[in-house]
Design a protein around this ligand. Structure first.
Ligand SMILES: Cc1ncc(COP(=O)(O)O)c(C=O)c1O
Length: 349
């Protein structure tokens, strides 16, 4: 199947001239210039100037770590902003549709609603795998996006390469692989396949392994043409100065991040062994992420009991295929001990 990006960009976006900001029109070369071009307050307090609209310094570090070029990266105010931009660039409200694969991250459906785009759902199989035939059968001439969350939230598993490749090869729209949890996973990122598949978009975030949920920094990687299209519609200063600075500091410290991730994975291994001993837990699902989905006898009851013991987990019982499940984020050693103590004490009540 031949993919033609131009044919899936919304007409209004194609014809759009993006806002040209002061910081786009004059890029500082580092020499001491007098900046009287952006109606800023001249008195320095660290944030009196507009941030770099293209986040060049941060992208320079990310490009080295991910082995992609800056032209293949767009940064946003969390991956939620990035995902919204993808809708706004490619999906015509009331006409186009997307495919999501529940149980999965809830924002895809919410964003479809906000953008007035039909959300076609194809359930995962009972063992949380992709139902490729059913997905292919749902695609029609107005299907623009398929969202694949891998590792998947809330189930924790990654999807197999062959299945995702089948979709990439047989779909004329864009396949968005959301890798929010990839840094916890032993599986390879899809970034490497960007050169092979012009219809692939990979999203990542600093909110999980990088420990920066508070600064809101999402990463979108795709072909230069897709990124150029998204750049046209992004708000000029969507990633603020404080976020850019904090991200640069943290992302440069790969050693610290790696050691936190290995500690989290260590805790996950320990919990993986301990949780099946709790009498009311009947299953711990395999996870490539920083959380474990567990099946219990009565999720609503156990959720409330855990709250009473001071531990807040996520009750996923109302998600399709997730009846009586709870999702435990892997915390620190102390937090894991509290969780296990609370579970044991509930089991002994
Ligand atoms: C799969 C997935 N994608 C994206 C996000 C949101 O990431 P961000 O904090 O970058 O908006 C989450 C947050 O829970 C998530 O689970």
């Amino acid at each position: 199947m031949s993919f033609n990006l131009d044919s899936i960009i919304r007409e209004n976006v194609k014809g759009l001239s993006p806002y040209s900001s002061a910081r786009d029109e004059y890029v500082s070369s580092g020499s001491a210039m007098v900046f009287l071009d952006a109606n800023e307050n001249p008195y320095d307090n660290g944030v009196n100037r507009y941030p770099d609209p293209q986040q060049r310094k941060l992208k320079a570090i990310l490009t080295m770590q991910r082995n992609v070029k800056s032209q293949n990266i767009l940064l946003g105010n969390g991956s939620d902003e990035v995902l919204d931009l993808i809708f706004r660039a490619f999906c015509e409200p009331k006409i186009d549709n997307i495919i999501t694969l529940p149980p999965t991250y809830g924002m895809y459906k919410v964003l479809a609603g906000i953008n007035d785009v039909e959300n076609q759902e194809v359930l995962l199989t009972k063992d949380f795998e992709l139902d490729i035939e059913a997905i292919l059968a749902k695609i029609n001439s107005h299907t623009k996006l398929i969202f694949i969350c891998s590792p998947n939230n809330p189930t924790g598993n990654s999807f197999n390469t062959k299945s995702i490749e089948t979709l990439l090869n047989n779909f004329n729209g864009l396949v968005v692989v959301d890798e929010a949890y990839i840094d916890f996973s032993p599986k390879e990122s899809w970034i490497k396949k960007l050169k092979v598949y012009p219809n692939l978009i990979v999203t990542q975030t600093l909110s999980k392994a990088y420990g920066m949920a508070g600064i809101r920094l999402g990463i979108c990687m795709a072909s230069q043409e897709i990124i150029a299209t998204l750049n046209k519609i992004k708000p000029p200063y969507n990633v603020n100065e404080l976020t850019q600075n904090q991200a640069i500091k943290r992302v440069s410290n790969a050693q610290r991040i790696n050691s936190e991730v290995s500690e989290i994975l260590n805790q996950k291994n320990i919990l993986n062994k301990m949780l099946p001993n709790i009498s009311f837990i009947s299953k711990v699902y395999p996870s490539d992420a920083n959380f474990l989905l567990v099946k219990v006898d009565d999720a609503n009851k156990r959720y409330t009991q855990l709250i009473d013991k001071g531990v807040v987990v996520r009750n996923r019982t109302n998600q399709v295929l997730c009846e009586n499940t709870l999702r435990f984020t892997i915390g620190s050693i102390e937090e894991s001990i509290k969780l296990v103590k609370a579970l044991n004490s509930i089991a002994n009540e």
